[in-house]
Design a protein around this ligand. Sequence first.
Ligand code: WT7
Length: 707
Amino acid sequence: MSGSTPMRSGKERAAELSEAEIAVHWREEGYFQPSSRFIGQANLSDPSVRERFSEAHFPECFREYADLLTWDHYWQTTLDSSKPPFYNWFVGGRLNVCYNCVDRHLPKHKNKAALIFVGEPEEDAPQSITYQELYVRVNEVAALLQEFAGLKTGDRVTIHMPMVPELPITMLACARLGVVHSVVFGGFSGESCGRRIADSGSQVLITTDGYYRSGKLLDHKANADLAVKTAAEEGQKVEKVLIWRRFPNGRSATSTPMVEGRDYVINDLLTKYRGRRVAPVSQPAEAPLFLMYTSGTTGRPKGCQHSSGGYLAYVAGTSKFVQDIHPEDVYWCLADIGWITGHSYIVYGPLALGATSVIYEGVPTFPDPGRPWRIAERLDVNIFHTSPTSIRMLRKVGPEEPAKYHYHFKHMTTVGEPIEPEAWKWYYHSVGKDEAVIVDTWWQTETGGFLCSTLPALDRMKPGSAGPGVPGIYPVILDENGQEVPPGSNKAGNICIRNPWPGLMQTIWRDPDRFVKQYFSRYNKDPKSKDWHDWPYFAGDGALLAPDGYYRILGRIDDVINVAGHRLGTKEIESACLTVPEVAEAAVVPVVDELRGRLPEVYVSLKPGVTASPSAIQEKVVHAIEVEIGKIARPRSVQIVSDMPKTRSGKIMRRVLAAISNTMDVGDVTTLANPDVVEQIRTAVQGKEKKAARSGPEDIKAFGQEH
Ligand code: WT7
């Protein structure tokens, strides 16, 4: 894409283009080629895959993915799309997900490591868990969940755990029984966990006593008490809290007391289940496997419900073809299992393929920025997967570190946020040593697996661009009116997927109407239509399509802030602020951060007569956010304002606040009810001297606009 449009004022632009079509200025990057060495060993190097997965062969193309699994009963219908946008894949099929990830590998790979756990303290040796050992431990836990906790097929259980091997063991034990797990990211607060327990209707909470993070042993059991309390306030009683020990030999990692008759240490209970085996429950393909809560435009997180057969087929297929995982590879994804990336591409995808998946407990830069490369060297990791935020951090604190260690990656992934070409190139040259192919995978909690990415042996790489749709995914960019934005037009729009695919979530737990409204209503013209073509999936991201068919993802167009690759709802953070009694109104906006992509910035106005000092209020607000959500949502700053900029109808203009926080043009504010407050806030945030406005990224420009 060559000619970029000259800069014009916001008003001029708005007159010519609809919001979703904001012109984007972007220097086109050159291509990088996968090495012939990589291509020679790749799972997918046959270009006919594009034809096999073309629309002419949809939905039957996904048979290839389903055939990576072992079915108890083979399915009859590839896709039932008679009730769009609710779809059933591999109808009539029965399988067990745990069997597919564990049991079926025993004949060939019994003695091979399934998981390698690397604890944060570097003096602790890595622990390998073979497929045989995984089989034994998963069975014992399944027996305990069934008999001691009374869990049955279809029940939900909430798991609030950090990155320890007992987390995937617990997930697989649930899958063995057909119990639906809802894993809550370990860094979320007890309150956050409690709200998810209540929404999912879990009577059992599974947790850990403590874990290491940045050299500190954190007391995690304390969160369980808060979670149970919050769940009870929301009407859900937790009958049992099952607690894993971080340390062997009975040493406890918590000083929080046990609650008699409610709290039990799993490690102690397990002695009764030694050697027990539980038959895997044969489940219909469409049986729910798990819920994963994610933030959206409203304050309440939504439970994305994922299926057994479709989901597992999709993550197995994409792990094989996009991640290029072979059973002999050592694969390390630095994400947390508490997010979708960890579910799909640490646990289910890699284990379905019989690979070795590394689990690292701590922060990548502990005790120094050479740590990841020492781990890679020691374990001989050859596939590495992380986020732009980790890449930026590792680059900032240790740009020369990778060269000091003898490891060789054949393949690397970046996921979760847009990556700047500069960071991409450091990843390629320094981390990948000019040897590894890179895939930039764009997808979401809702989508189960990858949507856009290059195919590692078939496509050239282009820094900063995710690439085309992966096999069987047909993306499209639509403008405000539902018209397709053509490739090479240099205009951004809303990226949608035209078709259903096996990894797509089934529904929002207990809220099918919200599922339809959130993801499909936007571009559906006939709500009665029974044809899937009428139901494009609306992803909520702005994107741009280059003439070569590569998509460049610009970021969220809704009230979601992507902090270090983690999705936070501004409404959730605002509700947390409102728990502070002195706060009258709160507005949260994203600000650009060099390392973490975006950070939340908080604006609050106070109730009349508040006497507390500004710093005391700021502390209270930050504390409230940490308690209600978790430390990941900590704002860059808390601005106390005399009044919020508002429309005449009283709506807070978050768009204006976002412009101020990011030193961007606030646009026309003359129609506001209180235009004077804008300049007041601007000087309070930016200082008296007027700074030159920057143009700013697309997601910030789109923030707070009506969509
Ligand atoms: C949002 C989804 C996908 C698993 C991790 C996050 C952003 C994701 C990319 C990418 C640019 C990306 C999008 C998306 N995103 N991958 N490769 N390039 N942006 O899952 O928490 O559901 O967040 O993350 O904005 O909508 P999530």
